[in-house]
Design a protein around this ligand. Sequence first.
Ligand SMILES: Cc1cc2nc3c(=O)[nH]c(=O)nc-3n(C[C@H](O)[C@H](O)[C@H](O)COP(=O)(O)O)c2cc1C
Length: 169
Amino acid sequence: MAQIGLFFGTQTGNTEAIAEAIQQELGANVVDLHDIAKADTSDFAGYRCLMIGCPTWNIGELQSDWEGFYEELDAIDFSGKQVAYFGVGDQVGYADNFQDAMGILEAKISELGGKTVGYWPTDGYDHSESKAVKNGKFVGLAIDEDNQSDLTASRIKTWVAQVKQELGL
Ligand SMILES: Cc1cc2nc3c(=O)[nH]c(=O)nc-3n(C[C@H](O)[C@H](O)[C@H](O)COP(=O)(O)O)c2cc1C
């Protein structure tokens, strides 16, 4: 078992590609990937840290597999677990709900005892409202493949380096 369990959901493949890029940056021996569509609550046990990846769909909603798993999160012990989040969204088409899903999952998992790492600055984004912004920062890495895919690789690199430091990896 790797040190980090990364759980993602995806509708059209973008979040899976980001998950794979994050895994590549950290090392395949450091990160196990889990598609939440096929995951069980027991899959979360045993990891030192967790990563949670979710795109926002249907104007401020969780991706459908995460939607289906949302209630099951209550059965997982997140107490004392360090959790890093990343989201994928569209800041132009959905400026009032940019990255909401990341904020919804972070709020829920924090309530269940998870400790958030990997906060990310809002500089360089042009959205109006987001449930993923807390105290002036995104609660995790915000990726926008629809409008800023040219920035994705460097954002992943910078964020992974930051998270590695925060986790002491
Ligand atoms: C119908 C529809 C609704 C969407 N709603 C939102 C939204 O509310 N907020 C947001 O940030 N992005 C929204 N998006 C953009 C997607 O999150 C974005 O395209 C993302 O890259 C999809 O990731 P996936 O391929 O992993 O499913 C929406 C896209 C579509 C087509």
